[in-house]
Ligand binder design. Sequence first.
Ligand code: DGL
Length: 271
Amino acid sequence: MPDINPSSPIGVFDSGVGGLTVVRALMERMPFEDIVYFGDTARVPYGIKSVETITHYTTQIAQFLLEKQVKLLVIGCNTMAAVAAQQVRDLSPTPVLDVIEAGAKAALAATRNYKIGVIGTPTTINSNAYTRAIHSGPGLPPVRLHAQACALFVPLVEEGWLDHPVTRLTAQEYLKPLLAEGIDSLVLGCTHYPLLKPLLHEVAGPGVALVDSADAIAEQTARLLSERDLVNPKRTPPRYDFFVTDVPLRFQTIGERFLGRALPHIHLVKW
Ligand code: DGL
């Protein structure tokens, strides 16, 4: 590893605005870290694209953030992490964390009966990335993983239908087979799903723990920074920069809903 400057920002990226749920968790967990975010708003959604296309876009974005001298790369998008995490690790001289690895660890810590559910975009679920990432340790029962692609959740969240009868009905339909298997924990394997937490909690019931990979990766990031002496020594208000490839209508409203606060310093990247 080269010399990494602890005062450098953390780089976070996603296919669009969804990764702002990860940024929000990072801001709350590490209030003195600068963050550079990249959201590929011109090419979103990734969740229905091919592995080749997603890999090409993902490595392009990782290079962009590395040129900004980030001290750490956080793959905030489950779909990108599912198909291209290794390619990003291969090209990055700085550490790389991804939401799937973080979510998998958090699910193993949460489960009691080793029946875990995971929901995500069709590409994430078809990649079997969570199946590869979730293994119980020696002497523990094998994990029974039940996965469900939920293609309709991303548009419903972007529409702001967080507590809408249509979303409730859709969630009941998607979760039915997982609940029938007796899962006791459910991984929210997509950046958009943390916004559905209250509704999913009601539909899944109190016996199912919701595993938020945004919280999980914030925890993992804090641990890595402190283990490697990369915590920003400054105690001044941090700087947040947001790079996007398009500024669609409603970008500000959607972005602020994901971030839970005002969205400052938006820069348009023309590729
Ligand atoms: N960010 C994606 C994810 O976490 C969801 C949106 C998309 O399909 O691009 O899987």
